[in-house]
Design a binder for this molecule. Structure first.
Ligand SMILES: Cc1cc2nc3c(=O)[nH]c(=O)nc-3n(C[C@H](O)[C@H](O)[C@H](O)COP(=O)(O)OP(=O)(O)OC[C@H]3O[C@@H](n4cnc5c(N)ncnc54)[C@H](O)[C@@H]3O)c2cc1C
Length: 302
């Protein structure tokens, strides 16, 4: 058995299942060293809301645990002149309640408020949502719309990945076996910006999105100077719809043909049939949602 000074006694069990090592480091440095030592043979546990569901029947297959819950240096929301930096262990509840996010990133905050239930929001983390990389993950579309980037660290090194390059397939991403996602950085939108978020589901609370949608528009006088549009549960990964963004930039809201943009959204997504909705249903909802989003932003801007 490999040795490490941060290992807890392994006489405990998880749900009655034995494991070899349970590490609960108090610093990121220690966590990175353990991850470097074990690579793929260790499982990161953040809030465990995804992990325990996904592995409920197979907990015995996890031999080595790396619990990040005691690493306070990964729990923060820090603003600078240019961006906001969010620690990977920040919970949905902290995002939902942040006064500063309210004014500057309303779409991200609205998405965090729509995740699960109060219990899930108080345990589930932004890092876990990203690392799970579900096509329906609710924070992922706002992060794409706001052009976030993610810091992936290994012992001694780090790299940044743009949100749109991170997701490679359903529940798949570019993270390497020795990497930990440590920080999310989101550039500040200009003061004159408007956003729209909606999560479509079969009921109001505690539901996986049948579709989620996030639009952020920045304005220079009346013209759209930047557009960020992303959808979840509309393709194998959450997707940024760049072609539509290009159709929006340079126009004022009253120059936009809402139905044409809605039709284009339908063409740009690749949804599947599943228990939550058919491909055709999702395409129709995407069409209507694009129109509603533009109408809503237009009415709020007068
Ligand atoms: C009842 C219920 C309702 C839910 N509702 C929603 C919802 O409405 N919307 C939604 O988007 N999600 C929902 N979820 C899913 C889940 O709560 C979120 O995705 C949550 O953000 C996961 O975070 P976590 O900290 O619990 O991750 P964990 O379960 O601890 O980890 C998830 C995965 O990410 C890996 N991981 C975690 N942190 C890191 C890191 N820093 N670096 C590298 N890898 C890491 C873990 O190894 C694991 O593979 C729900 C889950 C449940 C059980």
């Amino acid at each position: 058995m490999k040795k490490s000074p941060m290992k807890l006694e392994s006489s405990q069990t998880i749900s009655g299942v034995d494991f070899e090592n349970y590490f609960q480091p108090g610093s990121l440095k220690e966590a990175l060293e353990i991850k470097a030592e074990y690579g793929r043979d260790i499982t990161i546990a953040a809030g465990t809301t995804d992990l325990f569901v996904a592995y409920y029947e197979r907990l015995h297959t996890i031999k080595n645990w790396l619990d990040l819950s005691k690493i306070d240096e990964l729990k923060y929301i820090k603003f600078s002149e240019k961006n906001v930096k969010i620690g990977a262990m920040t919970t949905h509840l902290a995002l939902k309640e942040s006064e500063e996010l309210k004014g500057k990133f309303p779409v991200l905050q609205a998405a965090a408020a729509d995740v699960g239930s109060p219990q899930i929001r108080s345990r589930g983390t932004i890092g876990g949502n990203i690392a799970t990389s579900s096509p329906s993950g609710d924070l992922l579309t706002p992060l794409l719309s706001y052009q976030a980037r993610f810091k992936l660290e290994t012992a001694g090194k780090s790299r940044w990945a743009a949100a749109e390059e991170f997701f490679t397939g359903p529940k798949q991403n570019i993270m390497g076996p020795k990497e930990i996602l440590t920080e999310i950085e989101v550039p500040l939108p200009k003061n004159d910006s408007s956003g729209y978020w909606i999560k479509i589901g079969r009921r109001k609370a505690l539901v996986i999105s049948t579709l989620n949608f996030s639009l952020v528009l920045e304005f220079n006088k009346e013209k759209i100077s930047r557009a960020g549009l992303a959808m979840g549960s509309a393709a194998p990964t959450p997707v940024r719809l760049k072609k539509i963004e290009e159709m929006l930039v340079g126009k004022s809201l009253d120059e936009l043909d809402h139905r044409k943009l809605g039709e284009e959204v339908k063409k740009q997504i690749a949804p599947i049939d599943d228990v939550r909705g058919t491909k055709e249903y999702r395409e129709d909802v995407a069409f209507e949602t694009m129109i509603n989003a533009l109408e809503d932003i237009e009415s709020r801007r007068g």
